[in-house]
Ligand binder design. Sequence first.
Ligand code: IPD
Length: 277
Amino acid sequence: MSDPWQECMDYCIEVTKRAGKMICEALQKDIAVMHKSSAVDLVTETDQKVEQLIISSIREKYPTHSFIGEESVAAGAPSALSDNPTWIIDPIDGTTNFVHRFPFVSVSIGFTVKKEIEFGIVYSCIEDKMYTARKGKGAFCNGVPIKVSGQEDISKSLVLTEMGFKKDAEQFQTMMANIRNILSIPVHGIRSPGSAAVNMCLVACGSADAYYHMGIHCWDMAGGAAVVREAGGVIMDISGGPFDLMSRRLIVASSRMIAERIAKEITQFHVGRDDTD
Ligand code: IPD
């Protein structure tokens, strides 16, 4: 039987390439920075233009499909996930990196049907790395199969997370304490590349062994979740329970042992959900 979603995936790759080209061109010009929820929550005209390009191109071809896009949600669109085929889009994952021309900037798109991720595309456009994953068919970077490191010993692992200012003092303390706890295991190190989707792809191709974060969104996670899962990685909630795309939190790792150990070290804080807040 033919795969009903392969055509969507092929089209998604084509649109994502165009989006990446638009981002790389914008990097050659002045970048005007605006703010969203706080002084460290940045957005640019390019985020908005790229999202418009992606959504209009896809909507033209698939008019009955649904969309959850970072900038559309910021402008007031709903972010509830339904059973309808849904494109979950982050036009620039790593906007702060984009603003600083720090070279981890990606276009991230995940596609769900009946709330299950069917495929994910992450294009790290400055590096020109196109990560693709179709459910049950493996994960690839520029067409070459990738897989996680398989590392099971956390003391030999490299861990990724996000380090950023938090207005809530208690959350800030907890975030720093979590980093201290992980470093004290000890692990080989912690890195923070600044794009959630790229972080997941780095775990997927074995360049890092784990990534955890509380406070990201479904558009940061959907594309990369498909890639890391298809690369043989483990993806779970920060509590150690099942991964929930709308929960705003996750751990991904090269093995269940590492993911569970990270879950044990982490103190949770409330981040709300994408579909209720
Ligand atoms: C951000 C990046 C970052 C993560 C933030 C996200 P954006 O995405 O993925 O790594 O830590 O929580 O908001 O805003 O640049 O699309």
